[in-house]
Design a protein around this ligand. Structure first.
Ligand code: GTR
Length: 327
């Protein structure tokens, strides 16, 4: 939906809500967690969503953000949301696969041909279908956010082709698919929570990791892993979810308002993301980080074919549909 149409729809909805709530509807402080600090596109988009909700409900509902891993890693945050101890969290789809496994179709290396392809998939019927399936994992899917493409960084050398990963221990997100992906590429994948990663690299538990430029830069991972090679092997979107347990206690009109605010937060994050990616690359270049663009992508695509075959077997139809989407 276009921003203006959406805003118009929201204004109408807010007016209806103001009339029908009277003074009795419950007030909720929506606690939301994120591993990133304020200033990052995801946290800022949730803050924006919070402002909208607060305005539209005249302060009856508020959003409080627990940023910078204050509540630990993403796996734990998702568990808290499933239990209803936390209302909302924003995480990578990478850690959602173990809960609703259809999401693993998005977690396969090189399954998306480009960012545009990923956008067309998540913005289309496949994206909605998967969001709806989160209900069976006690989660309400509110929307997708951008996270660009993930590439390798390590303290030893530039990565040009899979053979350069041989002998390297690389941290991956907590999902078996990524461990296998690393194996197929020639390295060893170790699942470690994001909040433990800097120390793991510093102490030599791992030689490196993989992530998008804004995460690499804002987490200052370059301080302990100074070679960044643009393999772009994963285009994993992010997601923000609400606790189904809490959701089910909300008035339908409140639920609609939250959904509208979420839709606007998605648009906001995308804008912020574009700017942040450019800014991060400039920062990294300015810091003298060794950015390697000379990557044999085809070799990585071929090396990871067995992973797509093995894990993709379960979602053959879904993957065939993803392939057919343009972009
Ligand atoms: C970032 C992402 C986080 C987290 C992190 C990781 O790109 O924004 O949600 O998943 O990667 O590697 O754990």
């Amino acid at each position: 939906m276009k921003l203006r149409t959406l805003s118009g729809a929201v204004a109408g909805l807010a007016a209806v809500c103001a009339l029908s709530w009277g003074g009795t509807a419950r007030a909720l402080e929506i606690k939301s967690s994120d591993v990133h600090a304020m200033g990052y596109p995801t946290t800022e988009a949730i803050a924006y969503m919070g402002d909208l909700i607060e305005t539209w409900t005249n302060g009856r509902h508020t959003v409080k953000i627990f940023h910078s891993m204050q509540l630990g890693g993403e796996k734990e945050a998702l568990e808290q949301v499933q239990l209803g101890a936390l209302e909302m969290t924003r995480v990578s789809v990478g850690v959602v696969g173990p809960i609703v496994d259809d999401f693993n179709a998005f977690n396969l290396p090189y399954v998306f041909r480009s960012i545009e392809h990923m956008h067309n998939v998540v913005d289309g019927e496949i994206g909605t279908e998967l969001l709806n399936r989160l209900e069976k994992g006690e989660l309400i899917g509110l929307g997708y956010m951008d996270a660009g493409a993930r590439s390798f960084y390590n303290k030893n050398r530039a990565i040009t082709s899979p053979k350069d990963l041989e002998g390297l221990k690389i941290r991956v997100m907590q999902n078996p698919i990524f461990v296998e992906m690393m194996g197929a590429m020639g390295g060893a994948g170790l699942p470690i929570a994001f909040n433990e990663l800097y120390t793991a690299m510093q102490t030599g538990v791992v030689d490196g990791a993989e992530n998008n430029p804004p995460s690499y830069s804002t987490q200052k991972h370059y301080e302990v892993a100074g070679y960044y090679s643009l393999t772009e092997h994963l285009i994993v979107p992010e997601i923000f979810v609400f606790s189904k347990r809490v959701w089910d206690t909300l008035e339908p009109l409140d639920q609609q308002l939250i959904r509208k605010a979420a839709a606007l937060a998605v648009i906001k994050e995308r804008e912020l993301w574009r700017a942040m990616e450019d800014k991060s690359m400039e920062e990294l270049a300015g810091l003298g980080i060794k950015i390697n663009k000379d990557v044999d992508k085809q070799a990585f695509i071929e090396a990871t074919a067995p992973v797509r075959e093995k894990f993709g077997a379960k979602y053959k139809d879904l993957i065939a549909r993803i392939e057919k989407v343009e972009g």
